[in-house]
Ligand binder design. Structure first.
Ligand SMILES: [Zn+2]
Ligand SMILES: [Zn+2]
Length: 144
């Protein structure tokens, strides 16, 4: 399990930058169809942080859509270069989930779960060494 993360990142064109300092609440990879569509690849690699540990500069555009569980997920991206940056969930107020590839250096990242393996495309590989879930993730991360 990762300790404190101090990392920054941003979009492809550099118009949006962010900084994170704090412990990731959850690190997970998700193969759901929405994550595949949103990323254009076989899964999303995500890390969730407390909003208070995050600083974002620059303007993002967002798109909100309901997840399978009925939560509304809002995905934020750069309006200029289209790079995916982070998402927020109505079910997880006060938390921000980053697309890990948006960090300048993401070598601190260690996925703890893999979600929606029933949707995993044959050609996409995620780690076998952490708990897998057919679909829904376990209960949401808690704030403490
Ligand atoms: Zn950009
Ligand atoms: Zn997903």
């Amino acid at each position: 399990m990762a300790g404190e993360v101090n990392a920054s990142g941003g979009c492809l064109c550099g118009a949006v930058r962010f900084k994170v300092s704090g412990k990731p609440l959850r690190m997970a990879q998700c193969h759901c169809v929405d994550c595949q569509r949103a990323t254009g690849t076989g899964h999303a690699s995500n890390a969730t942080f407390l909003e208070q540990d995050v600083e974002v500069s620059g303007v993002t555009t967002s798109f909100a859509s309901p997840s399978d569980s009925g939560n509304v997920l809002t995905r934020h991206f750069c309006p200029t270069c289209g790079a995916r940056l982070f998402l927020t969930s109505k079910a997880r107020p006060g938390m921000i989930t980053f697309a890990v590839g948006a960090f300048d250096d993401s070598n601190w990242y260690e996925p703890q779960f893999v979600f929606y393996t029933k949707r995993r495309p044959r050609w996409d590989i995620t780690t076998e060494s952490v708990p897998h879930f057919d679909a829904m993730p376990p209960p949401k991360p808690n704030k403490s």
